[in-house]
Design a protein around this ligand. Structure first.
Ligand code: COA
Length: 327
């Protein structure tokens, strides 16, 4: 199969910022605790009129502009999110309409924080197989809408934002997606989830009273699995493709916790100078975290065409994924 590559990137985050100091006024926490345990200093929170689709559409427009592709040329849209506009229609359909991609099919992917890498991998196969020339992968989240702002165990960790990538056939057979690893362990789904609102616990007065429409997490257990899974997945994708850690120019990990990121880099054998970190600014934006990091790294010159990149994510499901690509 021919290689496919990321031909354009874009991102969009809300302008409204919530600092650790702001959170000190809402729950019993401190800037020192949040910084030392997670690495987070600020996060961006959707304001009035900002939703998963509006942020996703803005990121998508920027990615299309970056790639020099018109909305009409997009043949398929994949949106990764756990905070969709609604159950149906899919957020992908809402974004398809917003950006005027009138020739595109559209679907959502639910793989939590691994969603962008799952989506990128699906796009890679569609383009590689010749089904489509141009696929748009969007990851957008407004986790603030499902965050329990009375629960200090979770509310300090999450933020809102969106990232997008245009995927097309590689122009030179050098730049492109080399290998992907996609994994899951549904038996541990209860470590990180939103219990109600679906068919198991449909919305009722009781589910609302019990605060079951918010993120529930066993942080300590999630931490352990994340360190193991992200380390293993990133090392395997490099080794499996016949590369060595020293060949990797940049590791772009899911931005959930600086200590998980450091452990992943150590396991992979890459110094922190070659790891992209922006968790201090955005917190954990779930599926959006990696495409925001890719777009930002590119704009800052930390990611250049031809660089060998490992992107690795972990999240609810549980799911985890790693993708090796030459940018
Ligand atoms: N402010 C102050 N204290 C807090 C707090 C907060 N925001 N949140 C929890 N605490 C307290 C706990 O109540 C606990 O107190 P106790 O010992 O009296 O019970 C104490 O801090 C230590 O809790 P612990 O869970 O051991 O902290 P930790 O070092 O594991 O860090 C997390 C907590 C959540 C930051 C960490 O476990 C983590 O990042 N886990 C992974 C979460 C994640 O990434 N989820 C998304 C995956 S995509």
């Amino acid at each position: 199969m021919p290689l496919t590559y990321i031909s354009g990137t874009g991102s969009a985050v809300p302008s409204k910022v919530l600092t650790n100091e702001d959170l000190e006024k809402i729950v019993d926490t401190s800037d020192e605790w949040i910084r030392s345990r997670s690495g987070i200093e600020r996060r961006h929170i959707a304001g009035d009129g900002e939703t998963t689709a509006t942020l996703g559409a803005e990121a998508a427009r920027r990615a299309l502009e970056d790639a020099g592709v018109s909305p009409e040329e997009v043949e398929f849209i994949i949106v990764a999110t756990v905070t969709p506009e609604m159950f149906f229609p899919s957020t992908a359909c809402v974004i398809q309409d917003m950006i005027g991609a009138k020739n595109a099919g559209a679907m959502d992917i639910s793989a939590a924080c691994s969603g962008f890498l799952y989506g990128l991998s699906v796009a890679d196969r569609f383009v590689g197989a010749g089904q489509f020339e141009t696929v748009l992968v969007v990851a957008s989240e407004t986790l603030s809408k499902i965050t329990d702002w009375t629960d200090r165990n979770t509310c300090v960790l999450f933020g809102d934002g969106a990232g997008a990538a245009v995927v097309r056939q590689s122009p030179d057979g050098e730049r492109g997606i080399i290998k992907a690893i996609l994994r899951s362990d549904g038996s541990k789904g209860g470590l990180l989830y939103m219990p109600a609102g679906g068919s198991r616990h449909p919305t009722s007065h009781e589910t609302v009273e019990k605060r079951l429409h918010f993120i529930k997490m066993n942080g300590r257990e999630v931490f352990k699995v994340a360190v193991e899974a992200m380390g293993e997945a990133s090392a395997s994708v490099v080794e499996g493709a016949g590369y060595r850690p020293e060949d990797v120019d940049l590791l772009i990990p899911h931005q959930a916790n600086i200590r998980i990121i450091q452990a992943t880099a150590k396991r992979l054998g890459i110094p922190m100078e070659r790891v992209y970190v922006n968790i201090q600014e955005y917190g954990n934006t779930s599926a959006a975290s990696i495409p925001i990091a890719i777009d930002e790294a590119k704009r800052k010159g930390a990611l250049r065409p031809g660089d060998l990149v490992v992107a690795v994510a972990f999240g609810g499901g549980l799911t985890w994924a790693s993708v090796l690509f030459r940018f």
